[in-house]
Design a protein around this ligand. Structure first.
Ligand code: UD1
Ligand code: CA
Length: 458
């Protein structure tokens, strides 16, 4: 059984922040959220809390309910943090991950664990970096890690080593129980460094096996600059994968797509697009600039025009959206339907080939096929206490500036005249109108008004 211990007690002094470091955000996720999302294969996960414990506990509790917690009262170093979790660890293998390493990959975690499971005492993820500044340097002897030297303790010569410790380890639990208590705080920071376990193990013939990961996996976040760099690398990595799969991303540096998003080939993504969460886009879609799409499923050939925001939307093939559309959770757009500019839709189904092209609010509505919803139409779905449904059947034409006061139903094939307020159900094939009669007063236009009120003669 594998127990995972995530170290998240540190203050993150270098972030200069009131927020615990591991809760800093990388787009829609936090650093810690990224890490926890990768270690789901472990039978047990323990997060070590300390600085900002209550905030971190409540964040984790809501999203990862199976996670357990340990508490490190004083932040005396990474070895001390792990020690604080040991009495809760029940697995025979212990995977240790720092909470500030969002780019580590699940496959690498599995590899580190597998290396120990197949007969080792411990393994550590290492990376080769062009600029190793700030990381622990890894010194190898006979294929094992002889020592990890922290930046602050390293000689100029050691600083030249570019093989660094990613801070991700797997140990046999009995090895930790024997050696953790031997780690001392006799270094420049006066902390108990977990990295000191490397030499203790090596001296006893139980040397840590290095497992080399990709360079970006080792990137930790200690400062705001590193946070931005990690975000850049993370975004670029996803975008590059997508391009390899036949998706056009016109400006990779300016496109932000979450790891779990799936996109079909020949879809074109313009710059400044954000796609988050469990989103699936079909093939041949076009996503124009400044769109945000979250947890949505779009079919093939869907066009999302500029500045549209979609959350929990389902759109079938050939749908057209925006520019400036706001589609809220529960929006279902059937084949070939169109939602145009400044239209807001919430928890509504828009039937095949129906359209709401301009300036409308459609909430809690079921709209049939081939319906035209005119500019300025509003479903008045809320009476101040409860929400009520609107039903618009197939082939209906709703004239501009109509209010549909829910609950209300407009029967198949009906025509609602512009400017109407519909307060009761309309039977099929009817014309519905609420109009004040038009009154015309000839000769009483602007010229008359200016003279009467201001004495201006023209
Ligand atoms: C650590 C490693 C370094 C490695 C780097 C990789 C040590 C001594 N050094 O350095 O070799 O290259 O990670 O990113 O381990 N934490 C606690 N309690 C503490 C101290 C830290 O829970 O008392 C947590 C922090 O919240 C953080 C993680 O442990 O999530 C790592 O600590 P950090 O201070 O960031 O270590 P680095 O200096 O980055
Ligand atoms: Ca760090």
């Amino acid at each position: 059984m594998v127990s995972c211990v995530v170290l998240a007690a540190g203050k993150g002094t270098r972030m200069k922040s009131d927020i615990p470091k591991v809760l800093h955000s990388l787009g829609e996720k936090t650093l810690l959220g990224c890490v926890l999302g990768k270690c789901g294969f472990c039978q047990e996960i323990i997060v070590v809390l300390g600085h900002g414990a209550e905030k971190v506990r409540s964040y984790v509790g809501k999203r990862f309910p199976k996670v357990k917690f340990a508490y490190q009262k004083e932040q005396l170093g990474t070895a001390h943090a792990l020690m604080c979790a040991m009495d809760q660890v029940s697995g025979d293998l212990v995977l240790v991950i720092p909470g500030d390493m969002p780019l580590v990959e699940r496959d690498s975690l599995l590899k580190v664990v597998e290396t120990v499971r197949s007969g080792g005492y411990g393994a550590v993820l290492v990376c080769r970096l062009d600029d190793p500044t700030g990381y622990g340097r890894v010194i190898l002897k006979d294929g094992k890690v002889a020592e990890v030297v922290e930046e602050t303790e390293a000689t100029p010569e050691q600083k030249g080593i570019n093989l660094v410790n990613a801070g991700v380890y797997c140990f046999r639990r009995d090895v930790l129980e024997e050696l953790l208590p031997l780690i001392k705080d006799d270094n420049s920071k006066g902390e108990f460094y977990l990295t000191d376990i490397a030499s203790l193990m090596f001296e006893r013939g139980m040397g840590l096996v290095p497992v080399e990961g990709k360079p970006h996996e080792g990137m930790g976040v200690n400062s705001r600059k590193q946070l931005a760099e990690v975000y850049r690398v993370m975004s670029l990595k996803k975008v590059e994968q997508l391009m390899d799969m036949g998706i056009t991303v016109l400006s990779p540096e300016n496109t932000f797509i979450d790891e779990e998003v799936e996109i079909g080939r020949d879809t074109v993504i313009y710059p400044f697009v954000f796609i988050h969460g469990k989103t699936i886009l079909g093939s041949g879609c076009v996503i124009k600039p400044f769109c945000v799409i979250k947890d949505s499923k779009l079919g093939d050939g869907v066009i999302v025009n500029e500045h549209s925001v979609l959350e929990q939307v389902q759109a079938e093939d050939g749908v057209s959206i925006g520019p400036f559309a706001r589609l809220r959770p529960g929006t279902v757009l059937k084949k070939g339907s169109r939602i145009g500019n400044f239209v807001e839709v919430k928890k509504s189904v828009i039937g095949e080939n129906s359209k709401a092209n301009h300036l409308a609010y459609i909430g809690d509505a079921t709209v049939g096929k081939d319906v035209n919803i005119g500019a300025g139409t509003i479903t008045c779905n809320y009476d101040g206490v409860k929400k009520h449904p609107t039903v618009i059947e197939d082939g209906v034409f709703i004239g501009s500036d109509t209010q549909l006061v829910a609950p209300v139903k407009v029967g198949r094939g009906s025509l609602v005249g512009a400017g109407s307020t519909i307060t009761k159900d309309i039977p099929p094939d009817s014309l519905a109108l609420t109009r004040a009669p038009l009154r015309v007063f000839e000769g009483k236009g602007m010229r008359y008004f200016k003279k009467k009120k201001y004495g201006i003669e023209e």
